[in-house]
Ligand binder design. Structure first.
Ligand SMILES: [Ca+2]
Ligand SMILES: [Ca+2]
Length: 311
C-alpha cells in the first residue's frame, strides 16, 4: 500500500513528511546513509481512500439490506376480541407480506385477580402442542396434548386456575422423504424420512438447552419454535391462513372483579416467539384487551367528548 523510496539525501521538506524506519530489516548496512522513507501524506491519503471506499461499500450493503427487509418483510399483529360470557378469542393478522406464522409461543396474563378457567376451542390449523404431544417410538401419536404449556416447563406461567398461561401451537407436520445423502438435519434419526419418529425425538427434547441436543435442528443450542418450523406446513392448501381471528378461545373466570385486562405477548426467551416457515421470528408488539368489553365506559367517554365540544 505504501510506496517507499530510497534516498541518500532526502530534502528537509521530505524529511518532515516522512516516517523514518531506521531499523527496517532490509537495511543491512547501518553505517550507510540509506534510509527507507514512507511518504506519510501519500500513505495516509491512500489509506483514507481505501477506508472511505470500504465504508461506502458497507453503507451501500446496509442500505440494500434495509431496503430488502422493508420491501419483503412480513409483519404480524396479534388480535383479541370479546365473545361474551367471559370468553376471549385471540388471533393474528399478517398485516404486510405473505409469510404466515407456523409456530407461536405466547404468554397471556390477566389483572385484578381474574384467572384462566380453560380453553374453549383451538384452531385446527395449529394442532402441534410440543410440550404435551405424546408419540410412541414407532411414530404413532398417543396423545395430542393441549396448547397450554405445563407450569413445570421452562419459562412457563402458572397455567389453568392462575392469572398466567403460556401457549405453544404449531402448524401440522409435513411428512416427507429427504434421503440420507446429503443428510437433512430435520431427519433426526437418519432414516431418510421426516416424520413423527423425528417429531417424537424433537418434542422429547423440547426447550432443552444444550449444544448437542438431538432436536436442535438449526444448531443454536436450544430446541424451540425455530427448530419446529422446519417440520411443519408453511405453504400449500393446509398452510395457516394470513388472518386467523380464533387461534384460540380462552375461558376467563372474573371472580369478584368487574373486569380484567388480558395481555398477550410473544414468549421469545425460551420458545422463540412467533416464527415463520424459514425459522425467522416475527417482530410482534404485545396487545391488551379489557374483559368484559367496557361498553359503559366507552359511552361515558363519548359523553364527556360531546360536552367538551359544546364549550
Ligand atoms: Ca427420520
Ligand atoms: Ca434450535
Amino acid at each position: 500500500m505504501a510506496s517507499a523510496i530510497l534516498a541518500t539525501a532526502a530534502s528537509t521538506e521530505k524529511e518532515e513528511n516522512a516516517i523514518v524506519f531506521e531499523d527496517f530489516p532490509f537495511v543491512h548496512n547501518p553505517a550507510a546513509s540509506v534510509r527507507i522513507l514512507f511518504e506519510k501524506e501519500k500513505t495516509l491519503i491512500i489509506f483514507w481512500e481505501e477506508k472511505k471506499m470500504k465504508n461506502l461499500l458497507k453503507l451501500v450493503y446496509c442500505f440494500a439490506l434495509v431496503l430488502n427487509a422493508t420491501m419483503y418483510a412480513s409483519t404480524l399483529q396479534l388480535t383479541a376480541s370479546n365473545l361474551g360470557n367471559g370468553q376471549v378469542a385471540i388471533g393474528y393478522e399478517v398485516t404486510s407480506g405473505s409469510d404466515v406464522p407456523v409456530g407461536l409461543g405466547l404468554n397471556v396474563t390477566l389483572t385484578d385477580g381474574a384467572t384462566f378457567a380453560g380453553v374453549a376451542s383451538a384452531s385446527s390449523y395449529f394442532p402441534i402442542y410440543p410440550s404435551t404431544l405424546m408419540i410412541d417410538p414407532s411414530g404413532n401419536v398417543t396423545d395430542w396434548g393441549a396448547p397450554i404449556s405445563p407450569p413445570l416447563m421452562p419459562g412457563a406461567l402458572g397455567g389453568i386456575g392462575t392469572s398466567g398461561i403460556t401457549l405453544e401451537m404449531a402448524s401440522q407436520l409435513s411428512p416427507q422423504e429427504v434421503g440420507i445423502n446429503p443428510h437433512d438435519a430435520r431427519d433426526i434419526n437418519w432414516d431418510g424420512y421426516i416424520d413423527y419418529v423425528d417429531m417424537a425425538i424433537l418434542v422429547d427434547t423440547w426447550l432443552e438447552i444444550d449444544d448437542s441436543v438431538a432436536g436442535d435442528i438449526n444448531g443454536d443450542g436450544v430446541v424451540n419454535m425455530a427448530d419446529l418450523s422446519g417440520f411443519v406446513v408453511s405453504s400449500g392448501s393446509q398452510s395457516p391462513p394470513l388472518n386467523l381471528s380464533q387461534l384460540l378461545v380462552l375461558q376467563i373466570d372474573l371472580h369478584e372483579a368487574a373486569n380484567t385486562t388480558l395481555l398477550i405477548s410473544p414468549e421469545a426467551t425460551y420458545r422463540g416467539g412467533i416464527v415463520k416457515g424459514d425459522g425467522e421470528i416475527f417482530s410482534v408488539t404485545p396487545i391488551s384487551i379489557v374483559v368484559p368489553e367496557p361498553a359503559t365506559l366507552l359511552l361515558l367517554g363519548f359523553g364527556i367528548f360531546v360536552l367538551s365540544r359544546r364549550k
